[in-house]
Ligand binder design. Structure first.
Ligand code: CAA
Length: 285
């Protein structure tokens, strides 16, 4: 199936990145969120990134203008869904909220429209079961920052059809990303490994094995990671890290996934990372 128009739900860092790469690839993208201000701020951020790409000779002024023209703000989720062949949901990691969104999308979207979730850990099978089109529901898990990272995990729920899978795999390749098929297990593959490592870094900090800076330094210079695990946690958002650990802890029922108490405490304090100016480190807003 050929994908034309796309709607992205959620104008946060993930949704914005997804909208950008789809628009760059020539798709008209409805960008939806609950407030106009969230959408406008994200479009401004995308414009800055595109301006930098033009200055670096990676894109022409015309390509930049076309990309921006392709991104259409749409506060009415149902209206956007009705005119899209694919909807990619990138709302917060809450099964109840996602369930509500998928029910609404199922009612509003055309019969053939594929509903994808960018969930980083929640079961696609369960999300699909909340709709009347489980064969057209799939996981499309992008990495942050989306315009930079090549990987997209494609997750099939138990009912996802081969046609839906092939369409999404083809689209992922079309936009220049690398699709990898992953089974529907808690936190899939990337986050099962990466977030568990970040949780272990929190335990290392909690137990006083080293300072935050030293823990990040050992992983950067001893394992060639581009960012230390605690810096990466701030970048992803400590609330997201905790949510993914909790999904694994509950989903596998295995104590090896127990979220670190220090991580929980930071989230309770509202120190959720770079996006709020404070996480493990502090940032200028
Ligand atoms: N959006 C778009 N582009 C961004 C960006 C953002 N938020 N942040 C950085 N970039 C771009 C920069 O603009 C820059 O592009 P140019 O080369 O055109 O200047 C490029 O990335 C490199 O950035 P910097 O030179 O500023 O910094 P860097 O070389 O240290 O790279 C980084 C930054 C790409 C983020 C790098 O540190 C990195 O790869 N970190 C690890 C990222 C990672 O692990 N991501 C996966 C997170 S897990 C996940 O996403 C899954 C989940 O569900 C939680």
């Amino acid at each position: 199936m050929a994908i034309g128009n796309i709607m992205v739900i959620g104008a946060g860092q993930m949704g914005g990145g997804i909208a950008q790469v789809m628009a760059q690839a020539g798709h008209k993208v409805y960008l939806n969120d609950i407030k106009q201000e969230f959408i406008d701020n994200r479009i401004q951020f995308i414009e800055k990134l595109l301006t930098k790409n033009v200055a670096k000779g990676r894109m022409t002024e015309e390509e930049k203008a076309k990309t921006l023209e392709n991104i259409v703000p749409e506060l009415d989720m149902k209206k956007g869904a009705a005119d899209s062949d694919l909807v990619i949901e990138a709302a917060i990691e809450d099964l109840k909220i996602k369930g509500g969104i998928f029910k609404d999308l199922d009612e509003a979207a055309k019969e053939g429209t594929i509903l994808a979730s960018n969930t980083s850990s929640l079961p696609i099978t369960k999300i699909a079961a909340m709709t009347k089109r489980p064969d057209k529901v799939i996981g499309m898990h992008f990495m942050n920052p989306v315009p930079v990272m090549k990987l997209v995990e494609i997750i099939r729920g138990i009912s996802t059809s081969q046609e839906t899978f092939d369409t999404i795999k083809g689209l992922t390749e079309e936009i220049g990303k690398l699709p990898v098929e992953i089974k529907d297990f808690p936190a899939f593959a990337l986050n099962r490994i990466l977030i568990t490592m970040i949780n272990e870094a929190f335990y290392t900090l909690y137990e006083g094995v080293g300072s935050a800076e030293d823990i990040d330094t050992v992983m950067k210079y001893g394992a060639n990671h581009p960012m230390g695990p605690l810096e990466l946690a701030d970048f992803i958002g400590l609330d997201t890290v905790l949510a993914i650990m909790t999904v694994m802890y509950e989903g596998f029922g295995d104590s090896k996934y127990r979220p670190c108490p220090l991580l929980k405490q930071y989230v309770q304090a509202g120190w959720v990372g770079k996006k709020c100016g404070r996480g493990v480190y502090t940032y200028d807003k």
